[in-house]
Design a protein. Structure first.
Length: 326
Protein backbone atom coordinates (compact mmCIF):
# COMPACT_ATOMS: atom_id res chain seq x y z
CA UNK A 1 0.00 0.00 0.00
CA UNK A 2 1.17 3.52 -0.78
CA UNK A 3 1.71 5.83 2.17
CA UNK A 4 -0.81 8.75 2.01
CA UNK A 5 2.15 11.08 2.60
CA UNK A 6 3.72 9.94 -0.68
CA UNK A 7 0.89 11.26 -2.87
CA UNK A 8 1.34 14.86 -4.05
CA UNK A 9 0.12 17.12 -1.28
CA UNK A 10 0.49 20.65 -0.02
CA UNK A 11 1.26 21.54 3.55
CA UNK A 12 -1.63 23.81 4.52
CA UNK A 13 -2.36 22.82 8.12
CA UNK A 14 -0.42 22.09 11.29
CA UNK A 15 -0.46 18.31 11.44
CA UNK A 16 -0.47 16.14 13.46
CA UNK A 17 -3.23 17.80 15.42
CA UNK A 18 -3.37 17.18 19.18
CA UNK A 19 -5.11 14.08 20.53
CA UNK A 20 -5.57 13.67 24.28
CA UNK A 21 -7.86 12.18 26.93
CA UNK A 22 -10.82 14.21 28.19
CA UNK A 23 -10.44 13.65 31.88
CA UNK A 24 -13.55 15.47 33.09
CA UNK A 25 -15.84 13.85 30.53
CA UNK A 26 -14.26 10.41 31.00
CA UNK A 27 -14.82 10.59 34.75
CA UNK A 28 -18.42 11.69 34.30
CA UNK A 29 -19.32 8.99 31.75
CA UNK A 30 -17.17 6.17 33.16
CA UNK A 31 -15.29 5.49 29.93
CA UNK A 32 -11.96 6.57 28.53
CA UNK A 33 -12.88 9.29 26.00
CA UNK A 34 -10.25 11.04 23.88
CA UNK A 35 -10.51 13.92 21.46
CA UNK A 36 -8.65 14.44 18.18
CA UNK A 37 -8.45 18.19 17.68
CA UNK A 38 -8.63 18.71 13.93
CA UNK A 39 -10.33 21.99 14.83
CA UNK A 40 -6.85 23.12 15.92
CA UNK A 41 -5.16 22.55 12.56
CA UNK A 42 -4.16 26.18 12.27
CA UNK A 43 -6.21 27.25 9.23
CA UNK A 44 -9.01 29.76 9.94
CA UNK A 45 -11.14 28.06 12.62
CA UNK A 46 -9.72 24.68 11.67
CA UNK A 47 -11.40 21.52 10.50
CA UNK A 48 -10.73 18.15 8.91
CA UNK A 49 -11.53 19.54 5.47
CA UNK A 50 -8.02 21.00 5.41
CA UNK A 51 -6.72 17.41 5.24
CA UNK A 52 -8.71 16.85 2.05
CA UNK A 53 -7.73 20.21 0.59
CA UNK A 54 -4.01 19.46 0.99
CA UNK A 55 -4.46 16.75 -1.64
CA UNK A 56 -7.18 18.31 -3.79
CA UNK A 57 -5.44 21.65 -4.16
CA UNK A 58 -2.08 19.98 -4.82
CA UNK A 59 -3.72 18.23 -7.75
CA UNK A 60 -5.23 21.54 -8.89
CA UNK A 61 -1.91 23.35 -8.64
CA UNK A 62 0.03 20.59 -10.35
CA UNK A 63 -2.55 20.69 -13.14
CA UNK A 64 -1.89 24.40 -13.65
CA UNK A 65 -5.26 25.64 -12.32
CA UNK A 66 -5.59 29.29 -11.35
CA UNK A 67 -9.23 29.10 -10.25
CA UNK A 68 -11.00 26.80 -7.84
CA UNK A 69 -14.74 26.19 -7.54
CA UNK A 70 -16.57 24.39 -4.82
CA UNK A 71 -20.06 24.11 -3.43
CA UNK A 72 -21.97 23.49 -0.24
CA UNK A 73 -24.61 24.98 1.99
CA UNK A 74 -24.66 28.73 2.58
CA UNK A 75 -22.73 28.18 5.83
CA UNK A 76 -20.44 25.46 4.48
CA UNK A 77 -17.24 24.93 6.47
CA UNK A 78 -15.71 23.17 3.50
CA UNK A 79 -16.41 26.17 1.26
CA UNK A 80 -14.90 28.56 3.80
CA UNK A 81 -11.77 26.42 4.18
CA UNK A 82 -11.46 26.16 0.40
CA UNK A 83 -11.66 29.97 0.26
CA UNK A 84 -8.85 30.45 2.78
CA UNK A 85 -6.59 27.81 1.25
CA UNK A 86 -7.15 29.14 -2.28
CA UNK A 87 -6.38 32.67 -1.09
CA UNK A 88 -3.11 31.53 0.44
CA UNK A 89 -2.19 29.81 -2.81
CA UNK A 90 -3.04 32.89 -4.86
CA UNK A 91 -5.93 31.17 -6.63
CA UNK A 92 -9.27 32.72 -7.47
CA UNK A 93 -12.06 30.99 -5.54
CA UNK A 94 -15.70 30.86 -6.63
CA UNK A 95 -18.19 29.39 -4.14
CA UNK A 96 -21.51 28.09 -5.47
CA UNK A 97 -23.55 28.08 -2.28
CA UNK A 98 -27.10 26.87 -1.82
CA UNK A 99 -29.37 29.79 -1.08
CA UNK A 100 -30.83 28.07 1.96
CA UNK A 101 -30.61 28.70 5.71
CA UNK A 102 -28.50 31.61 6.97
CA UNK A 103 -27.50 33.60 3.88
CA UNK A 104 -26.79 36.88 5.67
CA UNK A 105 -23.12 37.81 6.20
CA UNK A 106 -22.69 35.85 9.43
CA UNK A 107 -20.61 32.85 10.47
CA UNK A 108 -18.77 31.28 7.54
CA UNK A 109 -20.18 33.76 5.04
CA UNK A 110 -18.35 36.52 6.90
CA UNK A 111 -15.15 34.50 6.59
CA UNK A 112 -15.74 33.64 2.90
CA UNK A 113 -15.78 37.35 2.19
CA UNK A 114 -12.77 38.01 4.42
CA UNK A 115 -10.80 35.49 2.37
CA UNK A 116 -11.84 37.15 -0.87
CA UNK A 117 -14.02 34.38 -2.29
CA UNK A 118 -16.61 35.19 -4.94
CA UNK A 119 -19.99 33.90 -3.80
CA UNK A 120 -22.72 32.78 -6.18
CA UNK A 121 -25.92 31.83 -4.40
CA UNK A 122 -27.82 29.00 -6.06
CA UNK A 123 -31.57 28.93 -5.49
CA UNK A 124 -31.84 25.16 -5.66
CA UNK A 125 -31.76 22.02 -3.54
CA UNK A 126 -30.02 20.01 -6.25
CA UNK A 127 -26.25 19.69 -6.47
CA UNK A 128 -26.65 18.39 -10.04
CA UNK A 129 -27.95 21.83 -11.04
CA UNK A 130 -25.01 23.49 -9.26
CA UNK A 131 -22.48 21.26 -11.02
CA UNK A 132 -24.02 22.30 -14.35
CA UNK A 133 -23.54 25.94 -13.37
CA UNK A 134 -19.91 25.22 -12.46
CA UNK A 135 -19.36 23.59 -15.82
CA UNK A 136 -20.81 26.63 -17.59
CA UNK A 137 -18.47 28.99 -15.70
CA UNK A 138 -15.56 26.63 -16.34
CA UNK A 139 -16.25 26.86 -20.10
CA UNK A 140 -16.54 30.64 -19.94
CA UNK A 141 -13.30 31.07 -17.99
CA UNK A 142 -11.43 28.48 -20.04
CA UNK A 143 -12.27 30.46 -23.18
CA UNK A 144 -10.53 33.41 -21.50
CA UNK A 145 -7.40 31.32 -20.89
CA UNK A 146 -8.01 30.29 -17.28
CA UNK A 147 -7.82 26.80 -15.91
CA UNK A 148 -10.42 25.81 -13.31
CA UNK A 149 -10.70 22.99 -10.84
CA UNK A 150 -14.11 21.99 -9.42
CA UNK A 151 -14.06 20.38 -5.99
CA UNK A 152 -17.29 18.52 -5.22
CA UNK A 153 -19.34 19.12 -2.09
CA UNK A 154 -17.39 18.35 1.08
CA UNK A 155 -14.24 17.47 -0.88
CA UNK A 156 -15.29 13.84 -0.51
CA UNK A 157 -13.55 12.32 -3.51
CA UNK A 158 -11.19 9.36 -3.07
CA UNK A 159 -8.22 11.76 -3.32
CA UNK A 160 -9.66 14.07 -0.65
CA UNK A 161 -10.45 11.08 1.53
CA UNK A 162 -6.77 10.07 1.53
CA UNK A 163 -6.24 13.04 3.85
CA UNK A 164 -8.58 11.54 6.41
CA UNK A 165 -6.76 8.19 6.28
CA UNK A 166 -3.80 10.15 7.62
CA UNK A 167 -5.97 11.31 10.55
CA UNK A 168 -6.32 7.67 11.69
CA UNK A 169 -2.57 7.19 11.21
CA UNK A 170 -1.95 10.10 13.58
CA UNK A 171 -4.44 8.74 16.12
CA UNK A 172 -2.68 5.36 16.07
CA UNK A 173 0.56 7.07 17.04
CA UNK A 174 -1.07 9.23 19.72
CA UNK A 175 -3.41 6.84 21.54
CA UNK A 176 -2.48 3.24 22.28
CA UNK A 177 -5.87 1.86 23.27
CA UNK A 178 -8.28 2.89 20.50
CA UNK A 179 -11.49 0.85 20.50
CA UNK A 180 -13.68 3.26 18.57
CA UNK A 181 -13.43 6.42 16.49
CA UNK A 182 -16.46 8.68 16.13
CA UNK A 183 -17.06 11.54 13.71
CA UNK A 184 -19.82 13.61 12.15
CA UNK A 185 -20.89 12.57 8.66
CA UNK A 186 -21.98 15.18 6.13
CA UNK A 187 -20.69 13.90 2.80
CA UNK A 188 -18.86 10.79 4.05
CA UNK A 189 -15.18 11.44 3.34
CA UNK A 190 -14.03 11.80 6.93
CA UNK A 191 -15.72 8.58 8.05
CA UNK A 192 -14.48 6.75 4.95
CA UNK A 193 -10.92 7.89 5.64
CA UNK A 194 -11.18 6.77 9.26
CA UNK A 195 -12.60 3.40 8.21
CA UNK A 196 -9.76 2.76 5.80
CA UNK A 197 -7.25 4.24 8.24
CA UNK A 198 -8.50 1.92 10.99
CA UNK A 199 -7.84 -1.07 8.73
CA UNK A 200 -4.32 0.16 8.01
CA UNK A 201 -3.18 1.49 11.35
CA UNK A 202 -5.64 0.46 14.07
CA UNK A 203 -6.76 -3.09 13.42
CA UNK A 204 -9.84 -3.91 15.47
CA UNK A 205 -10.90 -0.31 16.01
CA UNK A 206 -14.46 0.46 14.90
CA UNK A 207 -15.81 3.61 13.31
CA UNK A 208 -19.12 5.23 14.18
CA UNK A 209 -20.36 7.97 11.89
CA UNK A 210 -23.07 10.25 13.20
CA UNK A 211 -24.94 11.54 10.19
CA UNK A 212 -26.28 15.06 9.99
CA UNK A 213 -27.48 14.87 6.40
CA UNK A 214 -30.11 12.55 4.87
CA UNK A 215 -28.04 10.38 2.52
CA UNK A 216 -27.47 6.61 2.58
CA UNK A 217 -24.07 6.68 4.22
CA UNK A 218 -24.22 2.96 5.08
CA UNK A 219 -23.40 2.45 1.39
CA UNK A 220 -21.62 5.71 0.51
CA UNK A 221 -18.93 5.52 3.20
CA UNK A 222 -17.70 1.93 2.59
CA UNK A 223 -17.75 2.54 -1.18
CA UNK A 224 -15.69 5.70 -0.79
CA UNK A 225 -13.29 3.86 1.55
CA UNK A 226 -12.93 1.15 -1.11
CA UNK A 227 -12.28 3.68 -3.89
CA UNK A 228 -9.74 5.44 -1.69
CA UNK A 229 -8.00 2.15 -0.94
CA UNK A 230 -7.70 1.55 -4.69
CA UNK A 231 -5.98 4.91 -5.07
CA UNK A 232 -3.45 3.77 -2.48
CA UNK A 233 -3.00 0.39 -4.20
CA UNK A 234 -4.71 -1.32 -1.28
CA UNK A 235 -8.02 -3.03 -0.73
CA UNK A 236 -10.59 -2.59 1.99
CA UNK A 237 -11.25 -5.81 3.85
CA UNK A 238 -14.43 -5.38 5.84
CA UNK A 239 -15.08 -7.12 9.16
CA UNK A 240 -18.32 -7.40 11.05
CA UNK A 241 -19.18 -4.28 13.04
CA UNK A 242 -16.25 -2.25 11.71
CA UNK A 243 -18.50 0.64 10.67
CA UNK A 244 -21.95 1.92 11.51
CA UNK A 245 -23.94 5.07 10.88
CA UNK A 246 -26.39 6.52 13.35
CA UNK A 247 -28.56 9.45 12.38
CA UNK A 248 -28.72 12.61 14.46
CA UNK A 249 -30.30 14.86 11.83
CA UNK A 250 -33.29 15.72 14.01
CA UNK A 251 -35.48 18.27 12.25
CA UNK A 252 -33.09 18.64 9.33
CA UNK A 253 -29.63 19.48 8.08
CA UNK A 254 -28.30 22.57 9.85
CA UNK A 255 -31.29 22.69 12.18
CA UNK A 256 -29.90 22.59 15.74
CA UNK A 257 -31.33 19.88 18.03
CA UNK A 258 -32.48 21.28 21.39
CA UNK A 259 -31.45 17.95 22.96
CA UNK A 260 -27.84 18.54 21.91
CA UNK A 261 -27.43 21.85 23.71
CA UNK A 262 -26.78 20.38 27.19
CA UNK A 263 -24.04 18.16 25.75
CA UNK A 264 -22.48 21.10 23.89
CA UNK A 265 -22.56 23.16 27.07
CA UNK A 266 -21.17 20.30 29.14
CA UNK A 267 -18.09 19.93 26.92
CA UNK A 268 -17.59 23.69 26.81
CA UNK A 269 -17.77 23.96 30.59
CA UNK A 270 -15.81 20.81 31.53
CA UNK A 271 -13.07 20.98 28.92
CA UNK A 272 -13.28 24.44 27.30
CA UNK A 273 -13.95 22.93 23.85
CA UNK A 274 -16.37 24.44 21.34
CA UNK A 275 -18.75 22.28 19.33
CA UNK A 276 -21.11 23.57 16.65
CA UNK A 277 -24.81 22.73 16.43
CA UNK A 278 -24.67 21.51 12.79
CA UNK A 279 -21.92 18.84 12.83
CA UNK A 280 -19.80 18.24 15.89
CA UNK A 281 -22.52 19.03 18.44
CA UNK A 282 -24.83 16.47 16.84
CA UNK A 283 -22.01 13.93 16.59
CA UNK A 284 -20.87 14.45 20.18
CA UNK A 285 -24.43 14.21 21.57
CA UNK A 286 -25.08 11.14 19.43
CA UNK A 287 -21.90 9.52 20.73
CA UNK A 288 -22.74 10.15 24.39
CA UNK A 289 -26.26 8.82 23.96
CA UNK A 290 -24.88 5.64 22.38
CA UNK A 291 -22.43 5.37 25.27
CA UNK A 292 -25.23 5.74 27.83
CA UNK A 293 -27.11 2.98 25.98
CA UNK A 294 -24.06 0.68 26.27
CA UNK A 295 -23.50 0.74 22.50
CA UNK A 296 -19.68 0.96 22.48
CA UNK A 297 -18.58 -2.64 23.06
CA UNK A 298 -15.20 -3.49 24.55
CA UNK A 299 -13.13 -1.38 26.88
CA UNK A 300 -10.85 0.43 24.41
CA UNK A 301 -10.89 4.20 24.34
CA UNK A 302 -13.42 6.13 22.30
CA UNK A 303 -11.74 8.81 20.19
CA UNK A 304 -14.03 11.63 19.10
CA UNK A 305 -12.69 13.36 15.98
CA UNK A 306 -13.39 17.07 16.32
CA UNK A 307 -13.82 18.07 12.67
CA UNK A 308 -14.16 21.85 13.19
CA UNK A 309 -17.18 24.00 12.38
CA UNK A 310 -17.12 26.58 15.21
CA UNK A 311 -18.14 29.41 12.87
CA UNK A 312 -21.72 28.10 12.99
CA UNK A 313 -21.88 29.27 16.62
CA UNK A 314 -21.78 32.80 15.21
CA UNK A 315 -24.57 32.19 12.72
CA UNK A 316 -27.06 29.99 14.56
CA UNK A 317 -28.53 30.11 18.07
CA UNK A 318 -28.13 27.14 20.37
CA UNK A 319 -31.71 26.32 21.37
CA UNK A 320 -32.14 26.55 25.17
CA UNK A 321 -28.57 27.72 25.80
CA UNK A 322 -27.69 29.70 28.88
CA UNK A 323 -29.37 27.46 31.45
CA UNK A 324 -27.13 26.55 34.39
CA UNK A 325 -25.67 23.04 34.24
CA UNK A 326 -27.92 20.52 36.00
C1 LIG B 1 -17.41 20.75 10.80
C2 LIG B 1 -17.68 19.56 9.96
N1 LIG B 1 -17.62 18.36 10.55
C3 LIG B 1 -17.86 17.24 9.84
C4 LIG B 1 -18.19 17.28 8.51
C5 LIG B 1 -18.49 16.01 7.82
O1 LIG B 1 -17.41 15.55 7.09
P1 LIG B 1 -17.68 14.76 5.74
O2 LIG B 1 -18.25 15.73 4.76
O3 LIG B 1 -16.35 14.28 5.36
O4 LIG B 1 -18.64 13.66 6.05
C6 LIG B 1 -18.25 18.52 7.86
C7 LIG B 1 -18.61 18.66 6.43
O5 LIG B 1 -19.47 18.07 5.87
C8 LIG B 1 -17.98 19.68 8.60
O6 LIG B 1 -18.03 20.89 8.03
Amino acid sequence: MKNPQDLPKLSLGLFPTPCYPLEGVSARYGRDIWIKRDDLCGVALGGSKVRKLEYLLAEAQNGGCDTVFTTGSAQSNHAMLTAVCAARLGMRCVLFLKKRGITEPRGNLTLDRLYGAEIRFMDTDQYSYIYDQMLALDEELSAQGHKCCAIPVGGSTPLGTVGCVACAEEIAAQCDSVGHMVCAVGTGGTAAGLLLGAKCYLPGARVTGVSVYPDSFEDIVPQLAEDTAALLDASLVRTEGDFRVVSRIGDGYAVPNPADTPYIEELARLEGILLDPVYTGKAWAGMLELLKAGAFPGDGSIVFVHTGGAAALFALDLPGSGAPAA
